[in-house]
Write a protein that binds this ligand. Structure first.
Ligand code: IPM
Ligand code: MG
Length: 357
């Protein structure tokens, strides 16, 4: 089969890790007899440098014309002085919204080979955990009304959290459908003891749950959820939550797996076109040094094959290759303790994975 993939390398370690994923995708295409074409577009700080804005129209058009999008990371200290409306991060929100990607799937599972990298004790981890965070991605406080106004103490800045029944239902359905293919448990996370938008969220999730009698449904307040994730992560299967709570909880979930350098994500909408990216950022401190862990981006490529192209055997092959190199003891710097020997570089790790494919 033939697919066109838009590449948004972005900033910092973005270019290195995207190139790694491309190498692994090329190898997969050759092995299974497919043809993937890659077209790069600018996004984030590099786009500001070239065009003055973080999300040029050409990038949006190129992504819309592609079968799927692979993104590295955006942002860095160089662009910290940009006004809020022209920051590299704004491009990420803009492209998610332009492509209608309201669902963000963030799997967080513990690799047995990386057990030692998890900060959790053995009795907490037990036989491991495998959580799927379903994060709403185009609504909530990230996209609500914002600005400045006169407040009780003078001028104040504000952002607004707002959710409609339609938005809650469509992300809820994704979560329940996902759970039906897994161990049939959904936990919805909100702050319904305080926020009106959370009360509507909870009420809507409850009526949806009635349509899925086979799914064991529960809800939890977000502060408790943050605590439960480190107290007993095994209790979770599918977590569904708002844009901002999902942002925060997915970073927490990544750290208990051992390294944020391992976690992939898929952003999906109504069509098969998705955007795939590691959940970590642009890591400007190690950019250009060939030190970054490419696995999260390589696994994002595997998610693209599975969710956008329906190539699950090919996705399995990439995921198995990652498992194998980890089991063989291959580690990038982020996966090693300070006393262990020499870490692999980004390109060495990529070659190892491509080799066992
Ligand atoms: C993420 C990131 C982004 C987000 C930032 C960079 C805008 O933290 O993808 O988790 O908050 O969504
Ligand atoms: Mg985040």
């Amino acid at each position: 089969m033939e697919f066109n993939i838009a590449l948004l390398r972005g900033d910092g370690i973005g270019p290195e890790i995207v190139d790694s994923a491309v190498a692994v995708l090329e190898k997969t295409a050759a092995k299974f007899g497919h043809k993937f074409s890659f077209t790069p577009y600018l996004i984030g700080g590099c786009a500001i440098d070239e065009t003055g804005i973080p999300l040029p129209q050409e990038t949006i058009d190129g992504c819309l014309a592609s079968d799927s999008v692979l993104l590295g990371a955006v942002g860095g200290p160089k662009w910290d002085d940009q006004p809020g409306s022209n920051r590299p991060e704004k491009a990420l929100l803009g492209i998610r919204s332009a492509l209608g990607l309201f669902t963000n799937l963030r799997p967080a599972k513990l690799y047995p080979a990386l057990r030692a990298a998890s900060p959790l004790k053995d009795e907490i981890v037990g036989k491991g955990f495998d959580i799927m965070i379903v994060r709403e991605l185009t609504g909530g406080i990230y996209f609500g009304d914002r600005g400045y106004r006169e407040g009780k103490y003078g001028q104040e800045a504000f952002d607004t959290e707002a959710y409609s029944v339609t938005e809650i239902e469509r992300i809820g359905r994704v979560a329940f459908d996902t759970a039906m293919k897994r161990s049939k448990r959904v936990c919805s996370i909100d702050k319904a003891n305080v926020l009106e938008s959370s009360r509507l969220w909870r009420k809507t999730m409850h009526s949806l749950a009635e349509e899925y009698p086979e799914v064991e449904y529960s809800d939890m307040f977000v502060d408790n959820a943050a605590m439960q994730l480190v107290r007993d992560p095994k209790q979770f299967d599918v977590i569904v939550t708002s844009n901002m709570f999902g942002d925060i909880l997915s970073d927490e979930a990544s750290q208990i797996t051992g390294s944020i350098g391992m976690l992939a994500s898929a952003s999906l909408g109504e069509t098969s076109r998705g955007m795939y990216e590691p959940i970590h950022g642009s890591a400007p401190d190690i950019a250009g040094q060939n030190k970054a862990n490419p696995i999260a981006t390589i696994l994002s490529g595997a998610m693209m094959l599975r969710y956008s192209f329906g190539l699950s055997a090919e996705a399995d092959a990439i995921e198995n290759a990652v498992d194998k190199v980890l089991e063989a003891g291959c580690r990038t710097a982020d996966l090693m303790g300070s006393t262990e020997g020499n870490p692999l570089t980004c390109t060495e790790m990529t070659e190892k994975i491509a080799e066992v494919l």
